[in-house]
Design a protein. Sequence first.
Length: 230
Amino acid sequence: MDIDLRGIVIIVGNYGSGKTEVSINLAVNRKRAGLSVRIADLDLVNPYFRTREARKALADVGVEVVLPPEKYLHADLPLLSPAIAAMIRDHGDLAILDVGGEDAGATVLASLADAFRGKNVQLLQVINPSRPATSTFAGCRTMREKIEKASRMEITGLIGNSNLIDETGTEEIESGYEFVRSYAAESGLPLKFITVPRQLLEEINTRQFACPVLPIARQLVPPWKKAMAF
């Protein structure tokens, strides 16, 4: 199954959900599917592990990355580039906005309400059941409510990103899928896709999943590790 996403896709979630890794890999996946893809780093909260860290790898595969001016790239400042509004106005096939964590990060979306008006916008919540904040349905609902209130937008779909980083195995992927699938059914929100670390693809039968699968080639790693090639 193909990941059918076009227009403006906003990725949100709690701290540690893996939303930035999802955003980066989604951009590459859709670019390789033949779409024109832009991705914007809207994480104005966390100065670490942001989309901008993978800007060269993204540019190498033809994904346009929208960032603050070069001299501010590593500044821990709430910078919102005017280029973001321009990207929203002319989003091409797919424009991905990687937003900061939880309600603190989602607040920036409220300032873009006018730019979003009349556009095809999807707000997707990344859920990692291995994280305490979203290990229960109640936690997922609470996170959704906080993000919706801060952004003044409604979540339109879910992304399952079950992982324990280097300790992830097929059990986490399969049990995480069942959790997010069940939560999607309860919430009435569509499950757009789940993620599977690329190194596990040969060990797991992806046909058991009733939704598309996004392979993840990990990009945001500590300085002593090397990012995976796309």
